[in-house]
Design a protein around this ligand. Sequence first.
Ligand SMILES: Cc1ncc(COP(=O)(O)OP(=O)(O)O)c(N)n1
Ligand SMILES: Cc1ncsc1CCOP(=O)(O)O
Ligand SMILES: [Mg+2]
Length: 548
Amino acid sequence: MSEPEKACSPIVWCVGGSDSSGGAGITRDLATLADLGVHGCAIVTLVSAQSHYAMTSSKAMQLSLINEQWQVLAAEALPLCIKIGAIANDAQAKVLSTRIEMLSVPRPLIVWDPVLFSSSKGALSNLSKDVIKQLLRVVDLVTPNTHELASLAGIFIDSEIDNAFETKSEIKSEVKNNRDVRHAAKTLINSGAKSVLVKGGHARWQHNATDTYFTDSEEIAFSQPRVHHSELRGTGCMQASAIAAFVAKGYSIIDALTLANAYVKNVRDVSSSSYSQSSLTGSRQSVPQVPRLAGFPTNRDAFPTVAFIKSGAFNSVDGCKTESDVFDKHHNERREKPFLPLSHTKRGIYPVVDSADWIEKLLPTGVETIQLRIKEDISPWDKARISKEIQRAVALTKSTSCQLFINDHWQLAIEHGAYGVHLGQEDLFTADIDAIRKAGLRLGVSTHGYAEIQRVKSLAPSYIALGHIFATKTKDMPSQPQGIDRLKHYVDLCGGIPTVAIGGINKNRCKAVADTGATHIAVVTAITEAPCPHAAYHTLQKEAGFVE
Ligand SMILES: Cc1ncc(COP(=O)(O)OP(=O)(O)O)c(N)n1
Ligand SMILES: Cc1ncsc1CCOP(=O)(O)O
Ligand SMILES: [Mg+2]
């Protein structure tokens, strides 16, 4: 399948050093951006002479040249994202920090891959603690590996050695397990960093390779099976550039992190397969592994497992001693115990309504799936009344073949023996998922993009809802409408788990939605605001091609 959006290329600036081997640095950044359909501009900070195995020298660009590169680009067009890699010295870092601070709002998202050493083993950067602190505070996302994280956190943790060391690489905090990762990342956040993505490639203590994203309120883990003997250089550059590329293409930051993770996995895979082939034909020793391009990730197996972790969650997961245990447990356990599948395999329109009366009204249409969505913030409902309404809805559908999902109120759905429960992302932190499964109820879960889909797949639910596809006036949505192209990708990513498309779908749009392969189409106003709801239901069924 091709990439979803192919409008004119968005722009990303790359600030960093050249690597003569092409394996890393700004050369790799630009190749990554081009591979993902983004136009890359370059602000070169240093020129390095390096091969895949060694770096012989590196020379910093003059400040005037850094300034001139920035100015000439800014005069033309500001980018949607700026990716920063190696910075040669304090003077350069100060210029960059000042320039970033001067950008007008809304400013580009700034991603800093804090490269200190080249993967071909040589120092690239010699920054003092003060400029590192300043940089950390002006950028939006910093993407250290665990060694770089230790160095960065050490700056803030170890205040007594303040004057004893000149360079940040000499100041280390301990990062030997996931607890240390979390502590060090939190140190950066508490010291003013807006968000940190700690890459797990060097975290040998983890069973999987888990990248963890921290903000002051979130912690999200992206896990892939660990690759043990990769000789590929420049993966950090690729990942940070890919994040910048996906943000520039309009993806949310967590979707950009998910897509970039999948992208790097694909680059690793294609590069290592061509590398092993070259070893069959020639002497492997003399052939360095060079990165190949992989394009927009569309293959399901490239995508990481995603876990959203609430503060304190680690203490409440049985038998888990470390955070990585939690990720593994989360992944494996849910996969082993899927929710019951939907009883009806036929595709259909799925009305979402706010009362048992509506259900009674729509049942004669022969509707096969329906949802009771009572929102206390929209109209005054007390618990007793909600309970009665759910009880009545269950009674109405019991002797029919209609599958009734209850939105939000999972305890009452269990208590009254509903067919299923529909939960939102926030509900997943609080609802007792095991209790719903054990009670034999089906589960549907809302998602709004790649990261949430990957999160929810681990639960093996009865369906995954994908929204909102078009603008809707029924609900204030914090996310952007997804559109048809992305919906197609999401349906594919769900890999056979039934899907429900929702949001702004009406009779004119339901054919395009159905053509994506979404199993069901959920609608509120297309039915509840129609002059004749029965006729509206049948028209939607027909327009979607669900009936002749
Ligand atoms: C089929 C379907 N998809 C999505 C939603 C939205 O559910 P949720 O995220 O729980 O938000 P609220 O509906 O509770 O506002 C849904 N209800 N049904
Ligand atoms: C509950 C909900 N969740 C995502 S969009 C939506 C509302 C869909 O309503 P409509 O079909 O009227 O756009
Ligand atoms: Mg809900």
